[in-house]
Write a protein that binds this ligand. Sequence first.
Ligand code: AMP
Length: 501
Amino acid sequence: MNIAEWLAATARRRPYAPALLTGDKVVSDYAGFAATAASIAGYLTELHRIGPGDRVGVFLANSTRYLECLYGIWWCGAIAVPINRKLAPGEVAAIVTDAQASVVFTDEGSSPAVSGVTFVPVMGDDRLTNSGQGPAAPVEREGDDVAWLFYTSGTTGRPKGVMLTHANLMAMSWCHLADVDPIGPDEAVLYAAPISHGAGLYGLVHVRMGSRHVFPVSGRFDPGEVLSLARTVGRASLFAAPTMVRRLVHVARTQGEDGEGLKTVIYGGGPMYLADIQEAISVLGQRFVQIYGQGESPMTITALSRQDHADTGHPRYGHRLAGVGTAQSAVRVRVCGPDGRPLPPGRIGEIEVKGATVMAGYWRDPATTAEVLRDGWLRTGDLGQLDEDGYLTLSGRSKELIISGGSNIYPREVEDALTAHPAVAEAAVIGVPDREWGELVVAFVVPAEGTDLDEETLDRHCRELIARFKRPRHYHVVPDLPKNAYGKVLKTELRAAITAG
Ligand code: AMP
């Protein structure tokens, strides 16, 4: 079944219910939302010959039009390729090329040049919303047809497209209702984080339930705006990375706000420290649910429920609050040793997950798919342990992934950018723990002979090649890098050097 059917059904059931809002202003009801999606589908089909299974990129800042485009793509049976709006032109081009997308929706003036690809600015082209030729109902799709190509860049720096099917997205949405947060039609979802990631994935269930989709006027995450908007629209929920939760709590405390109007804050995507969630609860009250997931099993591995957050009398309350909760209802979770066999409770190993939300595989990459998916079990690359009650605690990542402010940063990508500078001979990048951002990117660079390096030059250079959020926050210029007998850089020694100050 095509997930766009949910929009069509809600538009029939509640045509005049407010659907899309900018700030507290309603810009479309459900009938209008569905009509625009159908029109965008018509535009794609008629003008660009897009059909079922074709890929269409979405490189847009958060806005009501973003959702209309997403559903327009699904309405004609195509596959959406949401692209993080913060990525640099070269990174966008790599994704678009890998996905073999021929059309990409963009904001005005933000299109990189990629041969054979048409970038369509979504504002100001009436044909998009008034094509009048859209199919009356979403094109038929099977559950195992791909709906969303979710791009993560692997350790090699090459983008990897996670194939999420219509059935994956539906199972994720049902888990949201069963394990994370039940939703009624009078509610609102507030988009504080990029739609290309978790916030967008969690919008789908709100379409099914017919709630309001609220976009902050600023178009970005402004904690003060989120608090006042929640108060105005009422019964609002939002998905936020732990860094965002910390900022929200800080502003609420400073302004003397108690989170009125906020029904639920769902957090995840990176580590939340125990002291931070305790502080969050003391300032904003019991409105929190944590989820642990990854692109390959979107938003859906475990959840730490609202009840778990509130069960302060439980003997293992502190332990539970420091973890990520129990398996969501569509999946099984296990922890395996290096030999691939499940470990008993209390032992640390690699977390594996199997069930209805697990991806179909990586786009055009059967070799990596086979490495990660075995007998339906997804190897997450995360390390952790289960307790006797089935509560999972994360210990760290087996991969080198750095998560800063909820965004993933792969050291290799940053190293590649640094070593592209002529004055850099070698570079190694690590993540170091940071209370504010979760982790900070730190670079060790060895200057090329006879050259001088300064932080400002390196920072300017990185900003040209990679997204701002990926660039190192600290540089250490060193004469050489510690290496093992095979010439591999010993990052453990670099980490130890930082810890030792
Ligand atoms: P992504 O595929 O971009 O969603 O990143 C997924 C990774 O983020 C996971 O494999 C974990 O390492 C990390 N992650 C996700 N949720 C949590 C959480 N609740 N606590 C700690 N780390 C998390």
